[in-house]
Design a protein around this ligand. Structure first.
Ligand code: GLC
Length: 739
């Protein structure tokens, strides 16, 4: 009897919760239907229009009539407007001065923090700490929503394998498995589990699709690839974001296989809607409808607007194409009212989900703004992430950590006393003077009396006038720390570089300083992999710090002095030189795999095939020893799973964290298969002298891929699995997939 009662209770609970969801959905549908029924065609078109405010600009033009447009009901959303006061003013126009009072949504590029800035996303990914990445997005959403925003144009998830491309700093690197997990974490962080809460915001996965494959890494360049490459490597992170429930998708500037993404029905309808079931709304990138005229796949803006709406775009960012042409396109029979209604509906539904129809000023709470911006918990989270993101690339003779507090240290370099460059590109509402510089942070730990500073050179000039002071500082010091790299504007959008060396005469200065024979530590601030071949031969230690954010200065100092042990691993390959690019770990074997003793094999005459620093690589102040991987069976059958165990011993002098990685190789496929593919990882803390065991599980479906006929599935046969602390340093074991 008891069991039955329990079962009945359970059924009641299940049905009541479904019932509640059903009721809520019906209420929303009824509300939106009624609202749409009241709206004029102009008002429905108005919802599909997104304009920038004049608070800042992130693109070529600013439309200065946006306030009048709001008043005329011709705008559905505004971006680049922040602070509760400014947002309240604009929302007041929409809600109090238009016929139906439909609230606006407010978007902004909250890419790696809002006011409290976290490391650039490539750096956050180098932490391989998904919880910390989610937390970073959560903090960003809390601060952004405290300043009036309810929509971020993030996460950017474009796979990138060409370091010349400036926006490589904005994504999660070269790998679709890691990139997909990072995409999910960021969507969860931004959107939380209740979009109607005042501290959650709509996320926007971008740039759909394959923007990171711009030819030669040149910004906005064409993209061309097989559908197999597109679906296997470039699409998975967008799918992951959609599957995680991302509210919006942004189209990319590039053409793909000859069709600009903003007018690409294959991407926007067949894949995004029909295959993936995306039910949010699609927004273009900045004037990307207009840019189809330049692409040359349409004759004029009117045709571009028609192509965009018919391909599946719902909202036009800053182009005024929908504003100017949808009505006449309807009259010409080029678009239907159903299409306009559907786009307006998708946008209204997101406003409903945000709770804006209940309270349009939900995000305009000045008290929250005061309490939450730069909250100490946020600054701590940013510093923790900065430390987790840094990658120790070299540390000969344990020159790091600096342990002798009475040592004289020369701190040299154009980025040592920079504050704003710590924030990196896409710094949101970050304030340039907020950070503590690396120099200040080192002084704070080591004491002023032990530091001698010289700038040495500019980031990117040929001025050698400060070389003398730098050389003097090095000569009178016990050790030298050089803070080198790129300015924050040398990566990000519209920041491709044709070479990936340290800019200016930085390498020349490093060479001169290294001749003093003093132990030399290089700290890098950069937004892309750099060619560090020369520097790696001159320095005793190299710490990759990326652009570490508001708390980056103290984070670098804490790592250098051993208050924190570096644990980052590269999410992207660092080449020996630009000639190797594109270079990434998951390469194919080719028909003539490299053999140093055979002329006619796949290699260069002048450089090895291997990178300078591989994907997944990163050192620690301690050392880790890996056991051979153990598996519970050498046969993997349908419905079963392999259990893979690997022991890791901390054999050094410091407690530390290690990212244990799992890769797989499919030896024979109906198409050629990569030598390695990342299939799992686990970041674990291991006290010095102790050993831990990591367990991975692998199911047959984890081995699926796009087979010869482009069907997704597995193929029987021999596989090798690899475990280790880098894609290039693994131990392996074989197994068979059987039916
Ligand atoms: C920019 C970027 C895009 C950004 C948008 C709004 O051009 O391509 O990533 O979200 O415009 O600032």
């Amino acid at each position: 009897m008891k069991k039955n009662t329990g079962l009945i209770l359970l059924l009641v609970l299940v049905f009541s919760s479904c019932g509640k969801q059903e009721v809520a959905k019906n209420e929303k549908d009824h509300f939106i239907d009624s609202l749409l029924a009241e709206m004029t065609l102009d008002e429905k078109i108005g919802q599909t229009v997104l304009y920038t405010s004049d608070w800042t600009s992130t693109g070529p033009t600013i439309r200065d009539s946006y306030k009048e447009d709001i008043k005329a009901g011709k705008v559905g959303a505004v971006f680049n407007a922040i602070t509760t006061k400014y947002v309240r003013d604009l929302q007041h126009i929409a809600v109090e001065e238009t016929r139906l009072g439909i609230p606006l949504i407010f978007g902004f590029d909250v890419i790696h923090g809002h006011r409290t800035i976290f490391p650039v996303p490539l750096g956050e990914t180098a932490s391989w700490d998904l919880e910390a990445i989610e937390q970073g997005a959560r903090v960003a959403a809390i601060e952004a929503s405290a300043e009036g925003l309810n929509w971020t144009f993030a996460p950017m998830v474009d796979i990138a394998r060409d370091p010349r491309w400036g926006r490589i700093m904005e994504g999660a690197g070269e790998d679709p498995y890691l990139g997909s997990l990072v995409a999910r974490a960021r969507v969860r962080g931004f959107q939380g589990d209740d979009l109607s809460a005042p501290n959650t915001i709509l996320a926007c996965v971008k740039h759909y699709a394959a923007y990171g494959a711009a030819q030669a890494g040149r910004e906005y360049h064409s993209v061309d690839m097989s559908e197999r490459m597109l679906r296997s490597v470039y699409l998975p992170p967008y799918y992951a974001a959609v599957d995680e429930g991302v509210a919006t998708v942004m189209t990319s500037f590039n053409d793909l296989d000859g069709v600009p993404a903003t007018g690409n029905k294959f991407l926007l309808k067949k894949i995004l809607r029909d295959e993936w079931g995306f039910n949010g709304f699609v927004v273009t990138d900045y004037t990307s409808i207009n840019e189809m005229v330049n692409h040359g796949n349409v004759a004029d803006l009117k045709e571009a607007a028609s192509l965009a709406l018919n391909a599946g775009v719902d909202m036009d960012m800053q182009g005024a194409a929908f504003d100017d042409y949808l009505k006449v396109l309807l009259e010409d029979g080029k678009v239907t009212e159903e299409q306009i209604n559907l786009s307006a509906r998708r946008i209204l539904e997101m406003k409903y989900n945000l709770g804006l129809f209940d309270d349009p000023y939900l995000y305009c709470d000045e008290q929250r703004e005061k309490e939450l911006i730069y909250h100490p918990d946020h600054l701590k989270a940013a510093r923790d992430m900065a430390k987790k993101s840094m990658v120790l690339l070299k540390n000969d003779n344990q020159v790091l950590p600096l342990s002798n507090k009475s040592e004289k240290l020369a701190v040299i370099g154009p980025l040592a006393d920079s504050k704003k460059d710590l924030l990196g590109s896409w710094k949101g509402a970050g304030e340039d003077d907020r950070p503590v510089s690396i120099l200040e942070a080192i002084r704070k730990i080591a004491g002023n009396q032990n530091i001698i500073y010289a700038r040495g050179c500019d980031i990117n000039s040929t001025d050698r006038s400060d070389f003398g002071k730098a050389l003097y500082a090095a000569m009178v010091a016990d050790k030298v720390i050089m803070i080198m790299g790129e300015s924050s504007e040398m990566s990000g959008e519209a920041a491709s570089r044709s070479n990936i060396n340290l800019p200016g005469i930085q390498t020349e200065l490093i060479k001169r300083i290294s001749k003093t024979g003093k132990p030399l530590i290089i700290v890098l601030l950069n937004g892309r992999p750099l060619d560090l071949t020369e520097e790696s031969q001159l320095a005793d230690a190299i710490l990759e710090a990326w652009f570490p954010g508001t708390e980056g200065g103290p984070a670098v100092a804490e790592i250098l002095f051993g208050n924190s042990n570096p644990s980052g691993k590269l999410p992207v390959t660092f080449p020996r030189n630009l000639g190797q690019v594109p270079i990434y770990y998951s390469v194919k074997n080719t028909g003539r795999p490299m053999d140093p003793d055979q002329k006619y094999t796949s290699k260069y005459l002048d450089v090895p095939n291997t990178p300078l620093y591989p994907f997944g690589y990163g050192l620690s102040y301690t050392t880790f020893e890996y056991s051979e991987p153990q598996i519970n069976d050498t046969i993997l059958a349908p419905g079963s799973e392999l259990e893979i165990k690997v022991k890791i011993k901390n054999t050094g002098e410091y407690d530390g964290e290690e990212v244990v990685q799992l890769y797989v190789r499919d030896l024979v496929g109906s198409v050629t298969r990569p030598l390695k593919e990342l299939k799992g990882f686990s970041k674990i803390f291991i006290p010095k002298g102790e050993e831990r065991e990591v367990v991975f599980h692998l199911k047959p479906e984890d081995l699926a891929f796009y087979r010869k006929n482009m069907s997704w599935g597995t193929e029987l046969g021999e596989y090798i699995l690899f475990t280790g602390g880098s894609s290039a340093d693994t131990k392996e074991i074989s197994f068979r997939l059987v039916k």
